[in-house]
Design a protein around this ligand. Structure first.
Ligand SMILES: Nc1ncnc2c1ncn2[C@@H]1O[C@H](COP(=O)(O)OP(=O)(O)OP(=O)(O)O)[C@@H](O)[C@H]1O
Length: 228
């Protein structure tokens, strides 16, 4: 799996002028690598993630998954089958249990499994250290760290290679944040996932393999791991 941006550009209309957030970004994301995106407030981190998650379309250039443009693949199909998204505010459905939250995504993805949807969801929850008793509780009664782990399990329901996370530890205390990052680390190292995470924390970024600094429309890349 290779996700690439080709001469990616995005601007917002500012009065009658286009105000560029970034231009000519050529980035590559691979399986088995944990990426963090850092940058000052307003540098365009969320804009970049919204393009990578096909919640918005590029103004210039394109995004390719294994050489196929997302436009050709279809943005909805890409979102439903190729990526999982984790948000800062968890965005779980509060009146449903943890396992039901995961099953909701399973009902719209093309991911087929031999076991029942519930069993599949429980296994995903177990992989993020949510046991069955906790899985049967309403998510509104779970702690922030537990809710974010449920959200990660939900992002895995599509059986995707890519997890896109926007400030996933932003609402968590330091210890809980480390627990969530450890889960991403395990998914990268043991399950060969690609995690692309925006964070404000330099310290959290040091736990990732490749740090991308977004600054004034361009990106500086710091590799901590040789990527083949
Ligand atoms: N819908 C919009 N219309 C016009 N300008 C926008 C819009 N959305 C974002 N912007 C501007 O684009 C720039 C980049 O925003 P973005 O949210 O991507 O930054 P960010 O790096 O994620 O910031 P933060 O760390 O504060 O979340 C900001 O200057 C923002 O004000």
């Amino acid at each position: 799996m290779t996700l690439q941006t080709k001469e990616l550009g995005y601007y917002y209309l500012d009065g009658s002028k286009n105000r560029y957030i970034f231009q000519d970004l050529n980035l590559t994301f691979e399986k088995g690598v944990f990426y963090s995106i850092l940058g000052k407030s307003g540098s365009g981190k969320t804009t970049l993630l919204s393009l990578l998650s096909a919640l918005d379309s590029p103004k210039e250039g394109e995004i390719l998954l294994d050489g196929i443009s997302l436009k050709v693949m279809g943005l909805a199909s890409y979102r439903r089958n190729k990526i999982g998204i984790v948000f800062q505010n968890f965005n779980l459905i509060p009146y449903m249990t943890a396992v039901e939250n995961v099953m909701v995504v399973m009902s719209v993805t093309d991911n087929q499994s031999n076991v029942s949807a519930k069993e599949y969801a429980l296994n995903l929850l177990k992989s993020v250290e949510i046991d069955q008793t906790t899985a049967e509780r309403l998510v509104s009664n779970l702690s922030g760290g537990e809710q974010q782990r449920v959200a990660i399990a939900r992002s895995l329901a599509t059986n995707c290679d890519i997890i896109i996370a926007d400030e996933p530890t932003g609402n968590l205390d330091d210890d809980t944040a480390v627990g969530v990052i450890d889960i991403f680390r395990k998914l990268v190292d043991e399950e060969n996932k690609c995690v692309i995470m925006v964070t404000h924390s330099q310290e959290i970024a040091t736990k990732t393999d490749i740090i991308m600094y977004l600054n004034k429309g361009s990106i500086n890349i710091l590799k901590k791991k040789e990527v083949v």
